[in-house]
Design a protein around this ligand. Structure first.
Ligand code: 5GP
Length: 179
C-alpha cells in the first residue's frame, strides 16, 4: 500500500472482525430460508468472498454488473445492466451485496428491477454506508461501517480501476484525484 496516496480507515483485522459479525447475524436471520447472495460487480467481490465464508448456511451465489448511463444522467440513478443474473430469483431470499451505498440511487434501481422478478424477499448488505449523501430511500439491513463522506479505495473498491487489491479500507488522499 502506498501510504503517500492513501490513509488507512479500517485495517484488515478490523474489517474481518466486522465481516465475521455480519456473517453470524446473517446466519441467524436466514435459518430455513432459500438464500441467494447477489454480488454487485466489481467493487463487492472481495467483501463478498470473505462474507460468504462466514455464513454457515446452504446458499447460492450470483453476480450482476451495472453501469451508470453516462455523466449527464448520473443523478437520475438510471443504470444499465451490463451483466444480468444467470438464474431466476423466483421464491428466493435475495441478499444483495454492495461495496458502498452513497446516494443510494444505484441500489434503488437494482432493487426495483429485482422486485419484479418474484423473489420471496430482498435485503441489502453493504460494507460501507455514507448516509449523509443519500438521495434515494435506501436503508441497508446490514451495514459493515457507517462512514463520513470520504472517497474510499481498497478491499475491492477502486479509483480508476486501481487500489482494489489493497487489503485495508482506505481513504484516497484528495491530492491523488485533484491533480
Ligand atoms: P450510489 O448510487 O449509491 O450513489 O453509488 C454507489 C456506487 O458508487 C458504489 O457501488 C461505488 O461503485 C461508487 N462509490 C460511491 N462512493 C464511493 C467511494 O467512496 N469510493 C469508491 N471507490 N466508489 C464509490
Amino acid at each position: 500500500m502506498d501510504l503517500e496516496q492513501v490513509e488507512i480507515l479500517f485495517d484488515r483485522e478490523q474489517v474481518m472482525t466486522r465481516v465475521k459479525e455480519l456473517g453470524q447475524e446473517i446466519t441467524n436471520d436466514y435459518q430455513g430460508k432459500n438464500l441467494l447472495v447477489v454480488g454487485i460487480l466489481k467493487g463487492a467481490f472481495i467483501f463478498m468472498a470473505d462474507l460468504v465464508r462466514e455464513i454457515d448456511l446452504p446458499l447460492e451465489i450470483d453476480f450482476m454488473d451495472v453501469s451508470s448511463y453516462g455523466v449527464s444522467t448520473v443523478s437520475s440513478g438510471e443504470v444499465r445492466i451490463v451483466k444480468d443474473l444467470d438464474y431466476s430469483i423466483r421464491k428466493k431470499d435475495v441478499l444483495i451485496i454492495e461495496d458502498i451505498v452513497d446516494t443510494g440511487l444505484t441500489l434503488h434501481y437494482i432493487k426495483e428491477i429485482l422486485k419484479k422478478r418474484g423473489p420471496r424477499s430482498i435485503k441489502i448488505c453493504c460494507l460501507l454506508d455514507k448516509p449523509s449523501r443519500r438521495k434515494a430511500e435506501i436503508i441497508p439491513e446490514y451495514v459493515g461501517f457507517s462512514i463520513p463522506d470520504n472517497f474510499i479505495v481498497g478491499y475491492g473498491l477502486d479509483y480508476a480501476e486501481q487500489y482494489r487489491n489493497y487489503p485495508a479500507v482506505c481513504i484516497l488522499k484528495p491530492s491523488v484525484y485533484e491533480k
